[in-house]
Design a protein around this ligand. Structure first.
Ligand SMILES: [Zn+2]
Length: 243
């Protein structure tokens, strides 16, 4: 692991790419993964924009169990160390597939959320914005499906659903970061969901070194300069070495 640390010390633009695997230590299941504990609902359906428009209660009812309880979740050693590494100037930015807002809660400032976030919600009819703090109590009350107080329209979290366009601003930032990076460290992502999978490839094309830390094989393992499987072990090591 000292190899990773010396790469980080010698790099001038280190970017991390994080996936669901880093938040399981915070008690957030990898609900997009096929082995997630939320087998009782269909993750493809819950995040499908067409289904959401038809039956929003399906999303909000199940969302109570893993999105509208995020205020109770705490960042773990991985989130905390990444915030520290950014403070130390060793990490320029974090591109994340996660929608749990834990990087920000840990103090990271430059976070690019390529799958959006429930921090904001938007009325699909008039575009009015609503913060998470306002929506979460409504979802937990008997009312379940929040409606816009201006037009009565359907309110949706700013998470990128299947069938929706990516947020172009976030995605172009992610492309720009991956193009500038001389070191990209992928953590807790199996790199199968696009666009996340295309970012390391773009980085490599621009001469970047790739490090992958994931407990499962990824399609990009053959391109990895270093490869680790135990996330917690890697971050315990970094915690010990960086004061
Ligand atoms: Zn509205």
């Amino acid at each position: 692991m000292h190899q990773l640390l010396s790469l980080m010390h010698s790099s001038s633009h280190c970017v991390f790419l994080s996936g669901a695997g880093i938040s399981t230590l915070s008690g957030i299941p990898d609900f997009r993964g096929s082995k997630g504990i939320y087998k009782q609902f269909d993750a493809d359906k819950i995040f499908d924009i067409h289904y959401f428009r038809k039956d929003p209660a399906y999303f909000y009812t199940h969302g109570r169990e893993f999105i509208y309880n995020l205020e109770e979740k705490e960042p773990n050693i991985i989130h905390r160390m990444l915030a520290k590494l950014e403070d130390e100037g060793m990490v320029k930015s974090i591109i994340t597939q996660n929608i749990d807002m834990l990087h920000q809660k840990a103090g990271s400032r430059r976070v690019i959320e390529i799958h959006g976030s429930p921090a904001q919600h938007t009325c699909l009819h008039c575009g009015k914005k609503f913060p998470y703090e306002l929506i979460s109590p409504i979802v937990h009350s008997h009312q379940v499906v929040p409606k816009c107080d201006r037009c009565g329209g359907l309110v949706k979290p700013d998470i990128v659903f299947f069938g929706e366009m990516l947020d172009q601003n976030s995605f172009s930032q992610a492309i720009s970061e991956s193009s500038q990076a001389d070191l990209m460290v992928v953590i807790g992502s199996s790199l199968v969901v696009h666009p996340a999978a295309s970012l390391p490839l773009n980085a490599i094309k621009h001469g970047c070194r790739l490090v992958i830390v994931n407990n499962m094989p990824t399609p990009l393992d053959e391109y990895a300069y270093l490869r680790y499987t135990d996330l917690e072990e890697v971050f315990r090591y970094l915690e010990k070495e960086i004061h």
